[in-house]
Ligand binder design. Sequence first.
Ligand code: FES
Length: 197
Amino acid sequence: MKHPGMINKIIDNVNDVFEWSEENFSKVKNIIEKYPNGRQQSAVIPLLDLAQRQNKGWLHKKAIEKVAETVSMSFIRVLEVATFYSMFNLEPIGKNYIQICRTTPCWLRGSNKLSEVAKDITGCKLGETSNDKKFTVVEVECLGACCNAPMVQINDDYYEDLDENSFRDILKNLAKDNKVKKGSQIGRQSSDPRRDK
Ligand code: FES
């Protein structure tokens, strides 16, 4: 399986450019100021995240170079960070970035079935983007919502207590650009014990 964040080759098209937008430039200053003097390089992860958000969800070489320049790090060290964490994408992604948690609690509760549903509805294999660019589907490790397993992250939101039917409905609605219910799909408050059993 190829995860968008796990590629050997960084994308470097001649037409790619990256400069901080005016709005993000002031955010960059605020982020860096959170770190002690001499420790500004610790801002590399939030800055990569900011650059990725500015660049429609992925990082090409010019964007990574800009982050490196901003925190006075070598390009290769910033690339090491960008390739280590699955939250960074080194290829363009679809409108709905589907991250299916496959770690033990979610797997025991059926995450492999959710992956099959995602492949069926989107037409993507794992690590691929659909032809209509609406979906990118990947499997990731624990996203920290194990109490409500199985769960999936779509863009910035969590969808929890899923089963094949509820996940299928969510994906079908996203395919039609309809609104979908976020969070627990069985109405659980936070990680309260389930009351339906
Ligand atoms: S195992 Fe899926 S959120 Fe932790």
